[in-house]
Design a protein around this ligand. Sequence first.
Ligand code: CO
Length: 469
Amino acid sequence: MVSKKVKITDTTLRDGHQSHLATRMRLEHMLPIAEKMDEIGFNSVEVWGGATFDTCMRYLGEDPWERLRQLKKVFKKTPLQMLLRGQNLVGYKHYADDVVEEFIKHAVSNGIGVLRIFDALNDVRNMEKACEVTKSEGAHAQLTISYTISPMHNLEYYVDLGKTYKEMGADSICIKDMAGIISPQGAYDLVSQLKEKVGLPVQMHCHYTSGMASMVYMKAIEAGLDVVDTAMSPLAMGSSQPATETMVAALKDMEYNTELDLQQLSNIADYFKEVRKEYTEFDTGDNSVDVNVLMYQIPGGMISNFKTQLAQQKALDRLPEVLAEVPKVREDFGYPPLVTPSSQIVGTQAVLNVLAGERYKQVTNEVKAYMKGQYGKALGQINSEVRKKIIGDEEPITCRPADLLEPQMEDAKKEVADLMQQPEDAISYAILPAVAKPFLEQKMAHATKLDLEKAEAGPKNGKPATYPL
Ligand code: CO
């Protein structure tokens, strides 16, 4: 039997808890198991980026950069991977090129080895700067196909996108199926074509929401897929990834054997079973198949957002209307894939259309920016009447959106000069000012208090502080 060993990226420490526990897992619950995870032989572990950066500062009082450094100390063999929203980095809008540059330089110098770079519109202009810096910093640049289904998105388009990624210098390609809508046959065809016509390693990132993801992985592996994303079973399935242990066991008797140790994985799973119990207040608790995904191709995360938005307006009974409105808004917007931030932009507009009783009577600033071309270019045509209703006669931009942005780092450095304890603090502030500022203030107050305590305790208490485990 010729070995076509499949590799595994474990996502437990990023997408696993982002999908199941509202991204609330703290470093103190990661560090005790990190060494065991490092021993497994994963291709990489996804531990950073996505929503973790925001959540660390907004809710957990944790410095995301410090989290990364602490993890890097323990993960000695396994590359650390992050999810990067292209020119949006780990925020929700485009940042100037100097912010992209500083962010990636520091992400790599603090320990990130693999950057998965995507853009919600698959607009390569929003990924090129991030890709270029990743390469020049010596890290692995994985460029991402945000997968969606529409009359415009066909196999040829995706393969052409893959070819462009190769020309841009991508080290590998990721097929990101955030909604869990790719079918096993769809995956087989796409992976076969990418392997044949592009020739780069291909990795898949599927969400289990529709219940299809493990079948998808199997077919994709038969088509030559190199790496799959999975999460440890206690934080897998439902709206997360397929389970690591299941994938390892399923492939064991095939030429795709991952050669990972199921007993060792089971010990890690036992640990995360207990950890999940610490976060019950954030736990969706729902691991069942979401039929809405199969019918409407709406990602699970969007549906829970709708419920929150509608409940606030005491209009939860209008959910079916909102679900039916999403495809219409998406069509008017030129069929963007639904992933952060386009999922929020399209979703909020669908809610407004239903509640206002008239389409586009009320629009958000993000929708105006989208119509002005500030998020980039969608694959499909934007409905010109809708655009006119939203931005009037203003001409949308056609250049790379970030070309219009002035450098931002110098101002950010000045604005938080008094709060900076490390160069990274200015980057956090440049990306999420409203979240980073109170966080940095708190951190500064805490550091001052520690200094005072140390001074009062005298020289005997001068041991370096260790992270509370
Ligand atoms: Co994901």
